[in-house]
Ligand binder design. Structure first.
Ligand code: C2E
Ligand code: MG
Ligand code: MG
Ligand code: MG
Length: 280
């Protein structure tokens, strides 16, 4: 039978932990030069307006095209980028790339860019946003900045003034993954968000009249009453869409039901249908 503790278990666990630490160090070493090597790309997932029955904004989602590993999702490298401080440079690159690419789309379609907690706390988000708008020529009203609750925990005062400066510049600010953090409701009171993105976990098990559905409805009505645009993320089925639409206060929907995130080329083709060539 297996022995708990003692030399045996130490010998068993240590190599596994070493392997994990090694893999992580390898990824970190690959990550440092990745920006300079042009290995990042931004994919876009369109978000649909229920009122307009059309796509109105696309969320910019960064990916790392690793030479050996293939396409690496943000959950695998954003935390490392935050830890090693690369997030400031990477974040600025995503902002400028997203603004530049959005400027090629029809002018009624905006872009939403995720900004990390670390950027928010120690970075110069306002200067990066201003720079990205200036170099791309994109109208400020077409840009939204998404922050998750974890970005806000330590200093509501400082966050509040930064958000007000962004809004003052004409940029939208969204509270992302709403409901997954600790102080969601107090943030709604204290901070000037223009949009709330309700986390997809609130769709889990939601059915007409059940508790999950009542919770989703309550949050949506509250956000709507506070004057924010309400979005639900992670819509995957027609049944979920029907429930959301029945509430009447959820303005936008995002999820695999409508579209997966797409490359910049593909989204541009989807958003700008080919018009017949002009006859000379
Ligand atoms: P997020 O901002 O909440 O983005 C939505 C995530 O949900 C995306 O995952 C998207 O692909 C996924 N998603 C969309 N619709 C559905 C659906 O119907 N079902 C399911 N299961 N998932 C759906 P992705 O691209 O892997 O990004 C994960 C997270 O990484 C993002 O969550 C965001 O927090 C972070 N992230 C992505 N790009 C950036 C970036 O440029 N900067 C920073 N700081 N974070 C980023
Ligand atoms: Mg987001
Ligand atoms: Mg989200
Ligand atoms: Mg999320």
């Amino acid at each position: 039978s297996a022995k708990v503790g003692g030399r045996g278990s130490v010998q068993f666990f240590q190599p596994a932990m070493q392997a994990e630490a090694h893999a992580r160090r390898e990824l970190e070493d690959d990550l440092r030069p990745a920006l300079g090597r042009g290995e990042f790309e931004v994919h876009y997932q369109p978000i649909r307006s229920l009122r307009e029955d059309a796509f109105v904004v696309c969320e910019a989602l960064v990916r790392w095209r690793h030479p050996r590993r293939g396409l690496v999702p943000p959950s695998d490298f954003i935390p490392i980028a935050e830890e090693i401080g690369l997030i400031h440079e990477l974040g600025a690159w995503v902002l400028s790339t997203a603004c530049r690419e959005c400027a090629l789309w029809p002018s009624n379609i905006g872009v939403a860019v995720n900004v990390s907690a670390v950027q928010f706390r120690h970075g110069d988000v306002l200067a990066q946003v201003t720079q990205a708008l200036r170099t791309s020529g994109l109208a400020a009203a077409r840009l939204e900045v998404e922050v998750t609750e974890s970005a806000l925990v330590d200093d509501v005062q400082a966050t509040g003034s930064l958000l007000r400066l962004l809004r003052g510049a004409g940029v939208g600010v969204s509270l992302d993954d709403f409901g997954t953090g600790y102080s969601s409701l107090s943030y709604l009171r204290a901070l000037p968000f223009s949009k709330v993105k309700i986390d997809r976990s609130f769709l889990d098990g939601a059915e007409v009249g059940n508790r999950a559905m009542l919770l989703l409805e309550g949050i949506a009505r509250l956000s709507d009453a506070l004057g924010m645009t309400v979005v639900v993320e992670g819509v995957e089925t027609p049944e979920q869409l029907k429930l959301i639409a029945s509430l009447g206060c959820i303005e936008q929907v995002q999820g695999f039901l409508f579209s997966r995130p797409m490359t910049a080329d593909l989204i541009q083709a989807v958003l700008s249908p080919i018009t017949p060539a002009k006859v000379a």
